[in-house]
Design a protein around this ligand. Structure first.
Ligand SMILES: [Zn+2]
Length: 236
């Protein structure tokens, strides 16, 4: 069954790929990192909310779906008290996670804020310095292509040759970037992917992302991508 949601104020629909994921033959252990913290909340949305709150709401929804399909989920930073970036992959290694996923919401460079309505879309990030860089990219492709097929648009503006951007776009069709220095990805002992679910400094996109039905559909698609990528093979 396919569900289609059209949020008010937004022009395009998102399709949840499926209502329930099939049970995993072998449940994987997946670390889901809630980006930023209560003390340092990341980007500030157009409506003035901290990015951490968006990250937390989406991560918990993804975790719920994956747990229901038989995976073991460790939510990193549920209470918002982990400030250290290095502590997150360290925790994932301690529980012998098969995959590390970090959930974020996006912003733009300060000099572009006067045209922020132009910027929207999701992106997925991998590090070439991760010891499982190829597997990370495979998982990023699986997750990002599931998001794209659901009707979401990849954000390509991080490749723009302007101060603060100019990042290496590995897969323009799916919105996948390489950024070797991202600590949570670089320090992870397992394949690792960082997801920027959407641009919360864009007031229209923020309203869309904050719609509970849209969030549920995005979570379903990210979870489906993770589910498709993680069980085969075990990376450790
Ligand atoms: Zn962030």
């Amino acid at each position: 069954m396919i569900a289609r949601f059209i949020a008010p104020l937004f022009r395009f629909a998102i399709v949840a790929c499926c209502c329930a994921l099939p049970s995993a033959a072998i449940g994987a252990t997946i670390a889901i990192d809630i980006g930023h913290s209560l003390a340092s909340q990341g980007s500030r949305s157009a409506a003035g909310h901290g990015e951490y709150l968006y990250n937390r709401a989406l991560a918990l929804e993804i975790a719920r779906i994956l747990e229901a399909s038989g995976h073991k989920i460790d939510i990193l930073n549920r209470e918002g008290t982990i400030k250290s970036l290095a502590a997150r992959p360290t925790r994932a290694a301690a529980i012998k996670a098969d995959l590390f996923i970090s959930i974020h919401h996006d912003s733009i460079q300060p000099q572009l804020m006067n045209q922020r309505e132009r910027y929207r879309g999701y992106s997925a990030w991998v590090s070439g310095s991760n010891p499982h860089a190829a597997a990370s990219l495979t998982c990023a492709r699986t997750i990002a292509s599931t998001m794209r097929k659901s009707g979401m648009r990849p954000a390509l503006f991080h490749a723009d040759k302007i101060p603060g951007e100019g990042h290496q776009l590995l897969d323009a069709g799916n919105g996948i970037y390489r950024r070797d220095g991202l600590a949570v990805l670089r320090l992870s002992k397992t394949p690792a992917v960082l997801i920027e679910a959407g641009v919360i400094v864009n007031p229209v996109e923020e309203a869309w992302l904050n719609n509970p039905r849209v969030r549920a559909a995005i979570a379903q698609n990210i979870a489906a991508g993770i589910h498709a990528c993680v069980p085969k093979p075990r990376f450790r």
